[in-house]
Design a binder for this molecule. Structure first.
Ligand code: PLP
Length: 440
């Protein structure tokens, strides 16, 4: 154990302890935040999608302080990224120590121990007994891109199958697999050819539709699947879905690629969501929670699958040593304390969300695994999806000091840092609960 008590925020020496939350001193955004937002809106890409005006100044554990001194409980963790909480002292120490030693030397061309240590570690935690190899990337989309290329190259086949609602990233290859919101693809075509989609959870559709009318299974390189669909609306699959997909892939020699970019790194209470279904993919993808917010992704593949020649794939920054050091510290924390906490606090989260659902007609479909949960927002009278109400609820929760993010058409997701404690979770859910009647 690391000596971190799970019933309190980890405190570091010095002044990084930023105080209890929620602590809202003014109407939001405050004056300093307002000025920054005005400048932001003049200069940053209009493609950004901000749901409400949070301007972060600092963070610690599960608490965020804004530039005007307001404090929030963080139920988003930077889209399930800050697994160990904000600026965990063990992570910042690892980053500092590595940065002082050296920051960069390009892992495609040279060797360094943090990359080796991390790849050994990831090969060990990935499910399945077979020997693995690991490619490190800078982001989730790059990991998807690399897996797309690897599966075509390794199999010599061209077709790739993914699912409606899937989000796999925004670079051209990954975007071709993404099928989450029409806006994400609109105007960017033609995308990478020979990609087909079926409804999430529907293995039957692959056999009866695609294999009958579209392509022969012997021409399919890979099926990309989120073991727990994230951006598409936090869809927990039926327990038979992944095992059936595994059997289908085995039957036709198709590679099963599990995108655990959002659901991996202990978030669901196990290392990977596919572990809950005892399914071993041929290629497994990580990013987000892997390095506590430092940009890092990973492609973990069976050794006989990752068989490409030198030069077939590479990256200047992928597996940067500082990111590797952050990931090693992150994995220690997750393994020693936070994965167990994700299970315990996950139970608390889903129980309390179900209670909130029971109390409010406009909240439905509480669901999730570990600290990856969501509810849907509907009109209390008609029971119809209500994206407008969802938006007002997100904003009200923010005004009351809780940071939440949407998912899918009408979902609100709860993905706090894995270090969140019982009281913080209780308080955040109380704030959410109390906000519901005020925005109807
Ligand atoms: N795959 C999944 C399941 C994701 O949730 C995301 C991001 O939300 C990605 C891929 C893309 O990752 P990134 O934004 O790091 O490129």
């Amino acid at each position: 154990m690391l000596g971190i008590k799970m019933d309190e925020q980890p405190k570091s020496p010095g002044d990084t302890w930023i105080g209890p939350a929620p602590w809202i001193e003014m109407a939001l955004p405050g004056p300093v935040a307002k000025a920054i937002i005005e400048r932001d809106e003049r200069v940053t890409s209009p493609s950004n999608t901000r749901d409400y005006p949070l301007v972060m100044d600092r963070g610690y554990g599960s608490v965020i302080a804004d530039v005007d001194g307001n404090r929030f409980l963080d139920m988003a963790a930077g889209i399930a990224v800050c697994a160990t909480g904000h600026s965990h002292p063990k992570v910042t120490e690892a980053i500092e120590t590595q940065a002082k030693a050296f920051i960069h030397i390009c892992g495609s061309d040279f060797y360094y121990s943090p990359m080796v240590q991390l790849c050994e570690r990831l090969a060990k935690i990935a499910p399945g007994k077979a020997k693995k190899r690991v490619l490190l990337t800078n982001s989730g989309t790059e990991a998807v891109e690399a897996a797309f290329k690897l599966s075509r190259l390794h199999s010599g086949r061209k077709w790739v199958i993914a699912f409606h609602g899937a989000f796999h990233g925004r670079t051209m290859g990954a975007l071709s697999l993404t099928c989450s919101k029409a806006r994400q693809q609109e105007g960017f075509g033609p995308l990478v050819p020979m990609v087909a989609h079926v409804p999430y959870g529907d293995v039957e559709a692959i056999e009866s539709q695609l294999f009958n009318y579209k392509m022969a299974p012997c021409e399919v390189a890979a099926i990309f699947v989120e073991a727990f669909q994230g951006e598409g609306g936090y869809v927990v699959p039926d327990a038979r879905f992944l095992p059936r997909l595994r059997s289908l892939c085995d039957k036709h020699g198709i590679l099963l690629v599990c995108d655990e970019i959002q659901s991996g790194a202990g978030r669901t209470g196990k290392w990977f969501a596919c572990d809950h279904f005892s399914v071993v993919p041929d290629i497994l993808l990580m990013a987000k929670g892997l390095a506590s917010g430092m940009p890092l992704g990973a492609v973990i593949a069976r050794e006989d699958v990752m068989d490409w020649a030198p030069g077939a794939q590479g990256s200047t920054y992928g597996g940067n040593p500082v990111c590797c050091a952050a990931a090693l510290a992150t994995l220690d924390l997750i393994e020693n304390a936070y994965m167990a906490n994700a299970r315990t606090r996950g139970e608390q989260l889903i129980t309390e969300l179900r209670e909130i659902e029971r109390k409010h007609k406009s909240i439905t479909n509480a669901r999730g695994m570990g600290l990856m949960c969501a509810v849907d927002v509907v009109n209390a009278r008609s029971g119809k999806p209500d994206a407008g109400l969802r938006g007002r609820l997100l904003r009200q929760a923010f005004d009351n000091g809780v940071i939440l993010l949407p998912c899918g058409e009408i979902g609100i997701r709860f993905t706090p840092p894995l270090c969140i404690n019982e009281t913080q979770l209780q308080v955040a859910l109380k704030v959410f609960d109390e906000a519901i009647p005020t925005v109807q």
